[in-house]
Write a protein that binds this ligand. Structure first.
Ligand SMILES: Cc1cc2nc3c(=O)[nH]c(=O)nc-3n(C[C@H](O)[C@H](O)[C@H](O)COP(=O)(O)OP(=O)(O)OC[C@H]3O[C@@H](n4cnc5c(N)ncnc54)[C@H](O)[C@@H]3O)c2cc1C
Length: 332
């Protein structure tokens, strides 16, 4: 259907939680919204891997909901069957000593995987994946976007960049103050290992925060609700260890983190059926700048993402909402 020329057009760069939350809010306000992402599918850091050995949430493990706006959204996702509470046994591991974790907030996961949340958010939106934005140029009061492939997108009245700060600052260059703010935030990396075992491991917890180890977190991914049977674990390297090993060969990383898994849980070594490592170069904003979002009203260029609001799924969602409000105010 052709767009009436009077309807403002917004381009959202990034189809992670923040970009999709912003796009959905703007779409609901009647604006024409396009979302582009360089990844193979929507999700960003709430992506999941699916192969012969079942799905793995190798990025965000779960999310919590404290803000009433996010609580309402999570409730709607649960009602739609694409999210559910994960009533997991969560503990703390230290050199083979496993103890229960004191604080137990309600943890939610996507169904049948974390990516389901992004696919649900994207379902009514115009989302194009596998396209990388290369540059933005302001021409006659509109934004002309050129992809890394050289293709030019339809001009937009406003643009929101929701990439991690390390990638966002380059695209925010036309607004130097916003680019400078993005440059001040860094994300710690994280090596994630996905491992299948033939039988169930004798570990009494489904998720463990790990101390005094190359690992920071391990989870029995197959214990999450709505997952196929199996014994699938995700192991996350600590920020320090991942940083120090960021350029190491993935197979070597997988072997070292598997050894750390057995050392920290005290479980006897078992040969895995499959062992794969994934490198998240920009995993967790540390520390985020709690500004909600960035927006230059005159240029109608802004930024959103977890690095502007709390460094988690909930923060990314709220940052997307905050940015949508600023765009709406500027355009309507
Ligand atoms: C290993 C790991 C574990 C985590 N665990 C948890 C957890 O348990 N609980 C929790 O709440 N949070 C967790 N997080 C954090 C959470 O995943 C993020 O806070 C949230 O998903 C960030 O969403 P976002 O939309 O801000 O960014 P992203 O999800 O990073 O989305 C940005 C998108 O921009 C795209 N992009 C970048 N540059 C371009 C370009 N030039 N052109 C087009 N597209 C581009 C990227 O492909 C990406 O899809 C974890 C993250 C990681 C990596």
């Amino acid at each position: 259907m052709p767009t009436p020329s009077s309807t403002p057009r917004v381009l959202v760069v990034g189809a992670g939680v923040a970009g999709l939350a912003a796009a959905q809010a703007l779409h609901n306000s009647g604006l024409t919204v396009s979302v582009v992402d360089k990844g193979r599918a929507p999700g960003g850091r709430i992506s999941s891997r699916t192969g012969d050995h079942g799905p793995f949430d190798h990025g965000a493990q779960y999310f919590t909901a404290r803000d009433p706006r996010f609580q309402a959204r999570v409730k709607a996702w649960c009602a739609a069957g694409i999210a559910a509470p994960w009533n997991a046994r969560i503990g703390v591991a230290r050199n083979g000593d496993l103890t229960p974790k004191d604080e137990q907030p309600t943890r939610y996961v996507g169904i049948p995987s974390m990516r389901a949340i992004a696919l649900h958010q994207a379902r009514l939106l115009d989302v194009r994946c596998q396209v990388k934005v290369g540059a933005l140029e302001r021409i006659n009061g509109q934004w002309r976007t050129t992809l890394a492939s050289g293709e030019a997108l339809e001009p937009a009245d406003a643009v929101l960049i929701t990439a991690p700060s390390e990638q966002a600052h380059v695209l925010l260059a036309p607004a130097p103050a916003l680019a400078a703010a993005a440059k001040r935030v860094r994300h710690a990396p994280c090596w994630a290992v996905m491992v299948n075992f033939e039988g169930r491991l004798d570990i009494a917890y489904d998720g463990l925060f790990v101390h005094d180890s190359p690992l920071s977190w391990v989870a029995r991914d197959s214990a999450k609700p709505g997952r196929p049977t199996g014994e699938r674990w995700v192991l996350h390297g600590s920020a320090e260890w991942s940083e120090a090993h960021i350029e190491v060969d993935p197979d070597a990383v997988a072997g070292q983190l598997l050894a750390a898994f057995f050392a920290s849980t005290g479980h006897a070594r078992v040969d895995p059926q499959r062992l794969v490592a994934h490198r998240w170069r920009y995993a967790i904003a540390e520390p985020p700048i709690d500004r909600g979002c960035l927006f230059d009203e005159e240029l109608r260029l802004g930024g959103a993402g977890d690095w502007l609001h709390g460094a988690r799924v909930e923060g990314a969602y709220l940052s997307g909402l905050a940015a949508a409000t600023r765009v709406r105010e500027a355009l309507t």
